[in-house]
Design a protein around this ligand. Structure first.
Ligand SMILES: Nc1ncnc2c1ncn2[C@@H]1O[C@H](COP(=O)(O)OP(=O)(O)OP(=O)(O)O)[C@@H](O)[C@H]1O
Ligand SMILES: [Mg+2]
Length: 277
């Protein structure tokens, strides 16, 4: 499998000069799923934002596929490869309807309005949001917004999915449903979370960040051999936590579902592309 993420000695400094990330070595193949753990302020979100092209690295090497994230031009292209679902979904949702929110990415990537609509309708169905297609994203509940944000990113068919605290606001069924979705995901994944049991049910590989550095990178069994290490880096041993299992409830979240043709008939003009493919 190809290498998708290639960080070598990568650092990122705040405008004040303070190192937020330092000496990060991280190589991820195009089919690999990585859980990113670590205490508050460790640098997890900053790392995801850097990989999504939202903030530049400041030292070392930072490759994403064929892109060099030091290049401003390449950072603009990063969304074609890496899709980030923000921890706070309100920062991510832009459009006036749920359907347009999902369709925006595919349109920006050059899909025709019909293709974008069909793909969006499929994703809304998968994420049990069909009944909300014509609503404003801001009318949704927090958990529904989370599902919408993920659907919008998946609509762009990224090679690397970056999830920042994806279980935030999700109820237990929502979490189990997310586990199933992510187990079926064939691309690369980095999931930053404070829920190791959730992450373990999806990812074979786990990294622990602390103070901007990767303190551990390996398998769960090795991570848990040293309780002292977990304690020092503020990570809860997974053995103490309930395990997530796939138990997808097909009726979860569905209310007043509309058919595809009903939604299609109601949908007005498609949103304009915000950035070129
Ligand atoms: N633009 C910035 N300027 C200055 N400091 C910043 C900036 N962005 C992030 N930081 C700092 O970098 C550190 C890492 O932040 P980050 O959000 O990446 O942590 P995190 O691991 O995601 O934490 P949490 O688990 O709380 O989400 C924090 O101390 C934060 O205050
Ligand atoms: Mg964070």
């Amino acid at each position: 499998m190809n290498i998708l993420v290639n960080l070598r000695g990568m650092a990122r400094h705040a405008p004040s000069g303070r190192a937020i990330l330092s000496n990060v070595d991280l190589v991820i193949r195009s089919d690999e799923k990585l859980a990113l753990l670590g205490p508050n302020g460790a640098g997890k979100t900053t790392l995801l934002r850097m990989l999504a092209g939202l903030v530049p690295p400041s030292a070392g090497r930072a490759g994403l596929g064929s892109l060099d994230l030091f290049s401003k031009l390449d950072r603009k292209k990063a969304p074609t490869l890496a899709g980030l679902v923000f921890a706070h979904t309100d920062d991510q949702l832009l459009q006036s309807t749920v359907l347009e929110e999902v369709a925006l990415g595919p349109l920006n990537l050059g899909k025709s309005p019909l293709q974008a609509k069909e793909l969006s309708l499929r994703l809304l169905e998968q994420f049990h949001l069909s009944g909300h297609a014509m609503q404003s994203p801001f009318e949704l509940s927090s958990g529904e917004k989370k599902r919408l944000a993920l659907a919008s990113i998946l609509a762009m068919e990224p090679k690397l999915l970056l999830l920042d605290e994806p279980t935030h606001y999700l109820d237990q069924r929502g979490k189990r449903s997310l586990v199933e979705t992510l187990k079926g995901w064939n691309g690369a994944l980095i999931v930053a979370t404070h829920e190791p049991a959730f992450a373990r049910s999806i990812c074979q590989r786990v990294a622990v960040m602390d103070e901007g550095q990767i303190a551990f990178d390996g398998c769960w069994e090795d991570l848990e051999k040293d309780p002292n290490f977990l304690e020092i880096h503020g990570v809860e041993p997974v053995g103490n936590l309930p395990v997530f299992s796939g138990d997808l409830d097909p009726n979860h979240g569905i209310g007043n579902n509309l058919t595809h043709s009903e939604i299609g008939g109601m949908m007005g003009p498609m949103p304009k592309a915000k950035w070129g493919g």
